[in-house]
Write a protein that binds this ligand. Structure first.
Ligand code: PMP
Length: 434
């Protein structure tokens, strides 16, 4: 029967599936956990493996409103059954979606275009910045990741094997997270000579691209005044400020819809991705109208799968859930519980350093001991694997790979937070005894 191979696939052990995977998928296709997870079904914040074991998902931000949300699936299947085509025909789903997304942004950001991934959105933002400013230079933060295509991969310093930063890009230090109370304006001042140097060079300064949660470098929130001062510096060299909301957007940080809003700034361009389509590939570039108008003078933009009727229907359904289920409020509340919980664990366990982040995006440093405070990547990896065995999925990130990363679907509840914190406490206790 045609479905025979599929049925068999479900019966094989994860080891056998892993061997098959290793034979055909490039080794650069990274996987999680020393015992890779064979995930076969998911709902809300739960993932089940092939043996029927349930895991609390504290890692995935793509199924933003929860795995397999019925409202999203309904919208997707209904639209896919009516028509799905490119964005050169008129269709109301995508116009309504554009209107709704723009309503959530500061009024100055009043136009957008659609793409399929964060990489594409950032590559387009860079293309726009280059075209509009006539410059080529880029400022990013140390350890930043903005995508995998050549255009943005060149300045995605985080990518494994860290090749040298290209001549047209400069990396600036990641600011200490806002919990430290550091003066963000003063910290941003050190960017001025870097921007001036690039401005004077043959490249000029086209843009600074900043991830509002500094995820890849290890999860830091922008201290007060940092982004405002950075914007002044970048604009004084004729560049644009591009905020990458691929990670931090859609209520993730708990106070506002978009992470940069916590700083009260208005960027020139904003890019959005990952969580927008709850698993359907959907990304957005929003910018001030004069920027898009200047870009359109010399450039056309078309993206076959960007902005289809189905993308619009799914995007609208995700926004319905965000609004209808009061997600922003709940992310804020659960986030405060998590902050308190991680802080208390940090005080009790010597292997934990700083606990950073907010809303449903947290990073907890794992260190060798409280005196030397050396990043301990091995211990972080052990904790991540022990948590997986205990039925809770997290990961590790950061420039030294030692920051426990907690970034669950946005529908994560107080009860889920309790389960995460209790399990982490148990795992840390066992780890301490070993
Ligand atoms: N920007 C940031 C901040 C990201 O974290 C990522 C992906 N992890 C991207 C851009 C690229 O997004 P995508 O994988 O959808 O291309």
């Amino acid at each position: 029967m045609w479905f025979g191979a599929f049925a068999m696939a479900h019966e094989e052990t994860p080891d056998v599936l892993f061997q098959r995977r290793s034979k055909v998928l490039s080794p650069s296709y990274y996987h999680h956990y020393d015992e890779p997870l064979h995930a076969v079904r998911a709902q809300g914040v739960t993932i089940w493996d092939q043996a029927g074991k349930a895991y609390l998902d504290c890692y995935n931000n793509v199924p933003s409103v929860g795995h397999c949300h019925p409202h999203v699936i309904d919208a997707l299947t209904k639209q896919a059954s009516a028509i799905n085509a490119h964005s050169r025909y008129l269709h109301d789903t995508i116009v309504t979606y554009a209107e709704r997304v723009l309503e959530t942004l500061p009024a100055e950001l009043d136009m957008c275009v659609f793409a399929c991934s964060g990489t594409e959105a950032n590559a387009l933002a860079y293309d726009i910045a280059r075209t509009v400013t006539g410059h080529r230079g880029v400022i990013v933060s140390e350890g930043a990741y903005h995508g995998n295509a050549l255009a943005v991969g060149d300045f995605s310093i985080y990518r494994g094997g860290a090749s040298a930063t290209p001549e047209f890009a400069r990396a600036i230090p990641v600011p200490p997270s806002e919990e430290t109370g550091v003066d963000g304006r003063a910290f941003a001042d050190q960017t001025a000579p870097v921007a001036a140097d690039l401005g004077r060079s043959e490249f000029g300064l086209a843009m600074a691209m900043i991830d509002s949660i500094f995820d890849a470098p290890g999860i830091f929130t922008a201290p007060s005044g940092y982004l405002a001062r950075l914007a002044e510096i970048v604009r004084s060299q004729g560049g644009l400020l591009v905020m990458d909301e691929v990670q931090s957007g859609l209520t993730r940080l708990g106070d506002n819809m978009w992470g940069f809003m916590d700083s009260g700034i208005v960027p020139d361009i904003v890019t959005m991705g990952k969580p927008m389509g709850a698993g359907y590939p959907l990304s957005i570039v929003a910018a001030k109208r004069p920027i898009f108008e200047a870009f359109a003078e010399t450039r056309q933009y078309f993206n076959t799968f960007g902005g289809t009727p189905v993308a619009g229907a799914v995007g609208n359904a995700v926004l319905d859930v965000i609004e209808g289920e009061n997600i922003l409020q709940s992310v804020g509340q659960v986030g405060r519980d998590l902050t308190a919980g991680f802080e208390s664990l940090r005080q009790r366990f010597d292997c934990l350093g700083q606990a950073r982040g907010k809303g449903l995006f947290h990073g907890i440093e794992v260190i060798s001991d409280p005196r030397s405070r050396q990043p301990d990547r091995m211990k972080a990896t052990e904790i991540v694997n022990d948590m997986r065995r205990a039925g809770v999925l997290i990961s590790a990130c950061g420039m030294f790979g030692n920051v426990l990363k907690v970034r669950p679907p946005l529908v994560f509840s107080q009860r889920d937070a309790d389960q995460l914190l209790t399990t982490l406490e148990r795992v840390l206790g066992q780890n301490e005894r070993n």
